[in-house]
Design a protein around this ligand. Structure first.
Ligand SMILES: Cc1cc2nc3c(=O)[nH]c(=O)nc-3n(C[C@H](O)[C@H](O)[C@H](O)COP(=O)(O)O)c2cc1C
Length: 202
């Protein structure tokens, strides 16, 4: 086994190695709006469900140089955001929206995506996504000594295209959703074989 102290790698190499270890990561587009009402969209893979009740997600947003990314500044100013699930068919367009563009650029327009209006938050979501969540910011948690801030958001609305739901149990059919996953470097993956395991005693 290689044994590596990440501190010896330097920050970029350590990040790159660990981002190739903690895989596959789901990808969500975060939609947000600025205090002036400018819409923003960007993809995030440091993202997950962190509580079921109340339903809570986490998105970890880095800085760009010394400045917060537009997403972080927006959710600080206007504490409602959306998460649109990125599937395989949306991979190329998702990549376009990760471009480092100014706060005055609407990434929906840049990538030719359609804004769908939310019900409970000001930020729109991506109409082309089969699933979108509306979330209210509950806490901003600076990651100690890091340039990242974890945004904790409570899910207040779930939008689902009926075609991705299973008729028998109402859950999302992963094979029909075909979620896109982020791997290390510039690699991505689709879903492999899906199998079922019952929990012991369950
Ligand atoms: C697949 C993918 C996942 C990404 N995940 C993150 C992430 O979790 N955190 C982050 O800070 N940036 C992430 N980025 C980079 C942001 O999308 C990028 O910096 C974007 O320009 C930020 O936009 P904003 O300034 O409009 O918020 C990711 C990019 C891609 C392509």
């Amino acid at each position: 086994m290689h044994v590596i102290d990440p501190a010896t790698l330097g920050p970029r190499a350590a990040y790159r190695l660990l981002a190739s270890i903690v895989i596959p990561r789901p990808i969500a587009w975060v939609g947000s709006v600025s205090a002036a009402g400018m819409v923003n969209l960007a993809p995030f893979s440091f993202y997950n469900l962190v509580a079921g009740d109340p339903p809570t997600v986490m998105v970890s947003v880095g800085r760009r140089g010394m400045l917060p990314k537009d997403t972080l500044r927006n959710v600080q100013d206007v504490p409602g955001f959306t998460l649109s699930v990125v599937d395989e068919s949306l991979a190329a367009v998702m990549n376009q929206t990760s471009a480092d563009v100014g706060a005055d650029v609407d990434e929906f327009a840049l990538a030719g995506l359609t804004r769908a209006p939310s019900r409970l938050v000001a930020a729109p979501f991506v109409a082309e996504a089969a699933i979108a969540l509306e979330a209210r910011v509950v806490q901003l948690v600076p990651v100690p000594d890091a340039s990242y801030t974890m945004v904790l958001g409570r899910i207040v609305q779930i939008h689902l295209r009926p075609g991705v739901m299973r008729a028998d149990d109402g859950l999302v059919d992963a094979a029909r959703l075909r979620p896109l996953a982020r791997l290390g470097g510039d690699d991505y993956a689709g879903l492999g074989a899906v199998f079922t395991l019952r929990r012991p005693g369950g």
